[in-house]
Ligand binder design. Structure first.
Ligand code: FCB
Length: 441
């Protein structure tokens, strides 16, 4: 049940919903170039059913309907992302005019409906020609990304409410280059270390461009996973600390404190590009806000083998459709920790939080009471952080729509709105209606 209402939060607190380009737009349309996600999905065994984002939610052609859903849901702000390959099909050089037009219409469509446009410039669909050149392993990506930032923001930067260059640096670097679960599907510690640093360098170069263009409200979005030791042993505690270092503290430390944690450097230091220390000034330039994406916790145990010598252990808490434990207290812990140790007064936003359920339409409705419970439990933790004095200024649900959930394909349903992938019909779920009511002015 959703017990929280808008009035339970401070004046001006923003409620939003989030999506990302490749997950909803339909990448085969509108002149977008090939991306490393298409390459990853075309490689057997990487993505459930080898599914790709070719049509996805067909948001490209249904944008108005989707923006109406945001307006009618009483949201204040919409967090969307822009596809590099839609704007620059080859990653560099020639611009796809239809791509820029689409984002221009999206921003205007939001403003017309009284919604604030919160843009994320990169949410994982790297143009394939740049992947061919080494992608995130190549230091030049910082300049390529800065150029893309300029092309796009010269067009829409005057009307967006906020901008974050890169969604979840950890996922870009670690999921893609260490675990191999995301594009480009590598399992290589050296590639990982380089990608970790270059993704922050690209953030830094993009921020320079945004400042130069006078774009307002520039921030960053990191994802956090609460790392708990699997048992009381000192070994499990050390393992959880290592996990926490490369997952939660590496990017945050670089962005906010201009340093990487020692526990991460133990394993990654020798693989970082020469002279990385000289980039920390650029990486750590002042920001206007920080966004936290939070979903779950992990129980961590030690393991044999090379650094980081750890393994995940299944936990006892209730799980979502994708097997993630529901642990709302972790959100409170991170809001406090980020504020006290890193951002020290900067506005914080929960930029993603939500759950996957195996939702079905029956009789024209979708009954998803567990989603309202999930939202309520996490909003309670946001409220608790605000009471502790943490400047949390907004909360975004992931996601507006069911969509392409990366290597899990179209199976997991994270949306407030159900999408039928045969017809692309949208059906607002019970959680959408409940939240809309709670957010009514
Ligand atoms: C986040 C991603 C988002 C979606 C959710 C479930 O890590 O930013 O695209 O996949 O997880």
């Amino acid at each position: 049940m959703l017990t929280h209402r808008r009035a339970d939060f401070p004046d001006g607190f923003l409620f939003g919903a989030a999506t990302s380009s490749y997950q909803i737009e339909g990448h085969a349309s509108g002149g977008a170039g090939r991306t490393h996600w298409d390459d990853f999905a075309d490689t057997p065994g990487n993505v459930a059913g080898a599914q790709r984002g070719d049509i996805a939610c067909d948001h490209l052609n249904r944008m108005d309907e989707d923006l109406d859903l945001l307006r009618d849901g009483n949201f204040d702000v919409y967090r969307f992302s822009t596809s590099w390959a839609r704007v620059l099909p080859e990653g560099r050089g020639e611009v796809n005019a239809a791509g820029l037009d689409f984002y221009d219409r999206l921003v205007d469509g939001l403003l017309e409906r009284g919604l604030k446009p919160a843009a994320t410039l990169y949410h994982w669909e790297l143009p394939s020609p740049l992947a061919d050149l080494g992608g995130w392993r190549n230091r030049d990506i910082a300049d390529w990304f800065a150029d893309f930032t300029r092309v796009l923001m010269e067009r829409i930067g005057d009307r967006v409410w906020s901008v974050a260059p890169i969604n979840e640096p950890w996922c870009v670097a670690w999921m893609g280059h260490f675990l191999g679960h995301h594009a480009p599907g590598l399992r290589d510690i050296r590639a990982t270390a380089r990608a970790m640093h270059h993704v922050l360098l690209a953030h830094g170069r993009a921020v320079e461009v945004l400042r130069d263009l006078d774009v307002s409200n520039v921030g960053a979005v990191c994802n956090f996973e609460y790392a708990a030791p699997a048992d009381d042993s000192a070994e499990a505690q050390h393992a959880a600390r290592r996990y926490d270092a490369y997952y939660n503290r590496f990017f945050l430390g670089g962005l906010m404190n201009r340093r990487y944690p020692d526990e991460a450097l133990e394993g990654l230091g020798q693989h970082l590009p020469d002279g990385w220390q000289d980039d920390m000034e650029l990486i750590g330039q002042p920001l206007d806000w920080l966004g936290l994406n939070y979903y779950t916790r992990k129980l961590i145990a030690p393991a044999d083998g090379p650094w980081p010598s750890l393994q995940e252990v299944e936990g006892p808490l209730p799980k979502t459709q994708v097997g993630w434990e529901v642990y709302p207290e972790g959100l409170h812990a991170f809001l406090r920790r980020v504020h006290e140790g890193y951002t020290r007064g900067l506005p914080l936003y929960v930029t993603e939080n939500g759950m996957a359920l195996a939702d079905r339409v029956s009789g024209g409705a979708v009954h998803d009471p567990r989603r309202a419970d999930f939202l309520d439990a996490h909003l309670a933790q946001v409220r608790r952080a605000i009471d502790d004095g943490v400047p949390v200024k907004g909360y975004f649900t992931w996601s507006l729509l069911d969509n392409y959930e990366w290597n899990m394909g179209y199976g997991p349903r994270f949306g407030l709105v159900h999408v039928d992938y045969a017809t692309r019909a949208r059906t607002p779920k019970d959680s959408y209606h409940t939240l809309a009511e709670a957010l009514a002015q």
